[in-house]
Design a protein. Sequence first.
Length: 254
Amino acid sequence: MSITKESELKGMQAISYIVALTLKQMREYAEAGMSTKELDLFGAEILKKHGANSAPKKAYNFPGFTCICLNNEVAHGVPSDKKIIKEGDLINIDVSAELNGFWSDNGGSFVLGTDIHHHQTLVDTSKKILTKAIQTIKDGTKISAIGHLIETEANQAGYTVIRNLAGHGVGRKLHEEPGQILNYRDKTNRTRFKTNSVVAIETFISTKSDKARVWRDNWTLVGNKGGFVAQHEHTIIVTKTQPIILTKANDITA
């Protein structure tokens, strides 16, 4: 969407704060021995307390209130009482929600407790790349240039990117135009960011895979070549200078 009046700005600020707070508190609540279903229900209570509706459930009838991935899962992980969180797990939580007709989206990967499986460098790299990408976005910036930046930074750090997942426009729906803010340079995409537009920018930084495929539950995505993926995401408003990070309360930016 494009912000055209004060009421729209306030609406996006309100729902963005809620999803950011939910993500932050879920990350802090997670502990070894807990199921991803329990963590999801904790997040659902936060959304409910603020009067917000789970976006994946509202828009797609997703079998959970938030998306939670463990280890080799890439995105859209279905919360389950059979998935038990362990020390050192790579966890990704993606929280999106709707309030009063406004939608916002954010997510982040983190290591639970001690980094016994050596995932922290991947997580830190993803955060740093997201920060650099966001700082580069302003009115007139080519969307393909952001994809080029993300992939170049990932490659220089020894990683690759997931090429069939992307950031997107957001605001009046969960997914809006521009619908493909990719993690690599698409030379055919000549679209540029515009002042006052609202977009969700996200990284998908990978140790091995370059594409995500649907697992047998028909929701969860896993890598085509295995390995691990870190994702971080902010909803922002594009300006003529530095973007406004609407979801900054999640504390994920490096």
